[in-house]
Design a protein around this ligand. Structure first.
Ligand code: SP5
Ligand code: ZN
Length: 341
């Protein structure tokens, strides 16, 4: 399968995040993409760059004010004489107004963000837009007849909602791929999210839509990030009722429990009658992952790939999380090889 990747990812290097009471270097690092790239190249996959995407093309998924904020935030920060990475200091939680966008930069940053672990740096916009371009380009390849394509996106995307960023994600790459497949004539598109964390952004974006099914396997929100979404009773609303499906797993679930939930997820996708599949692929389900709530072994990734392929759908695989950097290339390659076998 073709791999779509942009070297612009390296412009996003987040600085620091809070972990166990300390500021530590961001887990979501440029080395992640470099090591995946090295692994897929060594395995002989053809790698190409994405086409350029305009900010306008994001508006099927994202809010215009939000996109504008991401595009200009760091320049505004620098114009105010500040340097380094930007982290918000207050959020509009319950009891506070959600209907006014503050004029000042700090207020606006908190308004559009839901966690303090997703710093914005000078190159964040360029990298995020290039990652979105990778996902959209991969979707276009598949719409043109390629059986599958892998978007080696960085930064990741599934925590980014219509008008909110967080969880190391700025633009929702997988949602943009699904939306592009819809625009190119596929009537029903399924998104299967196998990242260890719930894809709150993707769920929110398609919550009221019956044309895009969202199915997610993840560590339970009872104990795991993003904590405030991803329970089994969330099933979509309005026209989208029944088109969201969450399969939360207990902390440190291993392959047998994971595989059983995966079969349920595949069945849901099969019943939906999708014309194409978008996989949000996080390999943070690996037991050695430093922030992971799921404990799969390296030997399980090829099995996951083979089960995804069993749907026999045109498939866009979009890279999400995975923070066991030394193992990330092998684990992603395991999924891709298992898929192609
Ligand atoms: C795309 C993606 O995988 N984003 C994940 C973002 C998670 N960020 C916060 C993680 C907080 C984990 N807290 C430490 C738990 C240690 N067991
Ligand atoms: Zn994750």
């Amino acid at each position: 399968m073709r791999v779509v990747h942009s070297p612009l990812h390296a412009r996003h290097q987040g600085g620091k995040e809070l972990h166990r009471g300390e500021l530590v270097p961001c887990f979501e690092s440029p080395a992640r993409a470099e090591l995946i790239l090295e692994a897929v190249r060594r395995a002989g996959f053809e790698v190409s760059e994405p086409r350029a995407l305009s900010a306008q093309e994001l508006l099927g998924v994202h809010d215009a004010g939000f996109v504008d904020f991401l595009r200009t935030a760091h320049a505004e920060w620098r114009a105010a004489g500040k340097e380094g990475f930007m982290i918000p200091s207050a959020f509009p939680a319950r009891g506070l107004r959600q209907d006014r966008v503050p004029a000042g930069l700090n207020g606006r940053m908190g308004f559009y963000c839901f966690d303090p672990g997703t710093p914005i740096v000078e190159g964040t916009w360029d990298a995020a837009l290039a990652a979105a371009g990778c996902a959209v380009t991969a979707a276009e390849l598949v719409a043109e007849g390629a059986p599958s394509a892998y978007a080696l996106c960085r930064p990741p995307g599934h925590h980014a909602g219509h008008a909110v960023y967080g969880g190391y994600c700025f633009l929702n790459n997988a949602a943009l791929a699904a939306q592009r497949l819809r625009e190119l004539g596929l009537a029903r598109v399924a998104v299967l999210d196998v990242d260890a964390h719930h894809g709150n952004g993707t769920q929110e974006i398609f919550w009221e839509r019956a044309d895009v099914l969202y199915v997610s396997l993840h560590g339970t929100p009872e104990t795991d990030y993003p904590y405030f979404l991803g329970w089994a009773d969330e099933r979509g609303a309005g026209a989208g009722e029944g088109f969201t499906r969450n399969l939360p797993l207990p902390r440190d679930a291993r392959w047998p429990e994971y595989a059983a939930a995966l079969e349920e997820a595949l069945e849901a996708v099969g019943r939906f009658g999708a014309g194409a599949l978008v996989v949000s692929l996080g390999v943070d389900t690996f037991a050695g992952d430093p922030i992971s709530p799921i404990a799969l072994g390296a030997e399980h990734f090829p099995l996951l790939g083979a089960r995804l392929a069993s749907l026999r759908l045109p498939t866009v695989i979009v890279q999400e999380g995975g923070y066991a950097v030394a193992d990330i290339g092998g684990n992603v390659l395991g999924v891709l090889n298992g898929f192609e076998r």
